[in-house]
Structures are given as C-alpha cells and as structure tokens.
Design a binder for this molecule. Sequence first.
Ligand SMILES: C[S@@+](CC[C@H](N)C(=O)[O-])C[C@H]1O[C@@H](n2cnc3c(N)ncnc32)[C@H](O)[C@@H]1O
Length: 270
Amino acid sequence: MSSASDPARAREAIARNPLWYHTIDVAPGVPTPGVFDLRPVVERLPWPDVRGKRCLDVGTYDGFLAFELERRGAAEVVATDISDHAEWDHEVRLGGQSTELLEEIAGEKGAGFEIARELLGSSVVKEEINAYDLSPQRLGEFDVVVCGSLLLHLRDPLRALAAIRSVCGGLFMSIEQVDLVLTRLHPRRPLAKIDGTSGRGQWWVANVAGHLRMLEAAGFDVQRSTGVYLEQLGIGHPGRGTSRRGLRDLAERVLGGGEGVPHAAALARR
Ligand SMILES: C[S@@+](CC[C@H](N)C(=O)[O-])C[C@H]1O[C@@H](n2cnc3c(N)ncnc32)[C@H](O)[C@@H]1O
C-alpha cells in the first residue's frame, strides 16, 4: 500500500458512500462508519503466514479481509464479490423486495470497496464473480483463500465450498457466524439452524462443530480453529447500543458475554 491519505480527503470520500459494511482505517484517525467492526478481533483469527503468497478473499464487501491480507504481506490479493444486490440468494418469500431494499439502503454494490482501495493506495484486484462460479479456469489457483460470513447467506454452502476448494492450492481460512445456543448446548454435535424466512437473508447458521463439519464434508482438513468470539457492531449498525428483545437475543448476550454477532474461524488445508 502507498502512503496514508489526507484525513480531510478521506472524510469527503467516505461521505460519498451511503452505507459502509466494514470499519476500515482509511487515513490516520479516520475509520469508515461500518455496520461491523472486525478490528478488535482480527488478531484472534487463525491467520496463516501470507507473506509472498497469492491470496483470495471471497465475498469481500468493503474489503476489510482483503486489505488485511495485503497488510500482512501477501504478494497478490484478489477480492471477489457479486456484481449486484440481485445476485444474493434471496429468500423466496420476499420475491424481489430484498433486492430493492438493499439497493435503497446500501447503494451501488462495491462502491465502498473502490473508495477504500483508493484511499489505502491498495493493489488488491477486484473480480465480480459469484462464489458458486469460482474456478481455476477463471482465476487460477491461490495459496491462501479466506471467506468471511458468507456461507450462512447461501442456499447451498457446500456447493460454494466445493468451488472455493477448486481454487485453493493450500490453506483456507473460513470465518462464519455461528449459532451460540446450539454451540453451548451441543459442543460436539454438528448442527445448523435453518432459516430462509426471517427476512435476514440467512439460510444456515451452524454451531461451531457444524461449521467445522461443513469444511470437512467439502474435503478440507481442519488444522486449527477458534472458539466463539463476538464480531463487534460498528458505529453504522442500526441496532448498536439499543436493547435487543427476545429470549434468543437475551440468551446470546448472556452466553456470549456482550454485544455482537457470534462467530468462529478455522484454518483448513486443502
Ligand atoms: C455478510 S457480508 C461479509 C463480508 C466480509 N466477507 C466479512 O467477513 O466481513 C457477505 C458478502 O458476501 C457477498 N455475497 C453474497 N452472496 C454471494 C455469492 N453468491 N457469491 C459471492 N459473494 C456473495 C455479499 O455481497 C457480501 O459482500
């Protein structure tokens, strides 16, 4: 990455994007107002040594993980995402409504990534490609692949994992939202909660054992994994600081020890 951006220029560029998903330090003292803030947990992730490696971030959104790969010394980073909100695996019962809603609140897909990349002086290359369509013919092979908080949003996460494995020549770091209640009640039994109707765009939320089993079922060998940690809500999150309601939310706050979305990560070998 090149030298840091001027803070005033950074603030003006940030304001051009209506919704930031990631909190990214794009200039000294200037973070983007993200819905989520991965900065407090980034060191807890089971990063492999990426120095000099060819790396891929699948479902990059504003690019936090891709820029982190670059910061850690990757020789080349490719970041992929869908090109349009219409390409999410939308809930059947919502019809076209969720695309319209996302277009309204999140604006143009990929706009935040482009602004952050420019402000950071980053060389990360963006490719618009659906996770299901990843193939060595299109992108070649990567030493390290990372993917965060995507599998739960896919109707067919194992098909996506097969495509991810097809471009992974070495290691895969999978970071996923997990179900805290299922994890605490069944620490060793691989389980997942089925959704697809709540309006949250979530299909499968596994417990920690379920996340690891999905990786194994796709052919990966898990090398190490984290326990559950909370992904922090960023200042752009509409629910930050408000008291959430409902027994499940209460249970998650008590079991998780704070406010945030339960996640777990694993490093696996192809
Ligand atoms: C919940 S965000 C996670 C962002 C980031 N990976 C992280 O861990 O913070 C999910 C991302 O996956 C993307 N996405 C959704 N469906 C996808 C698909 N079928 N293929 C590739 N990316 C997809 C979304 O556009 C969004 O950028």
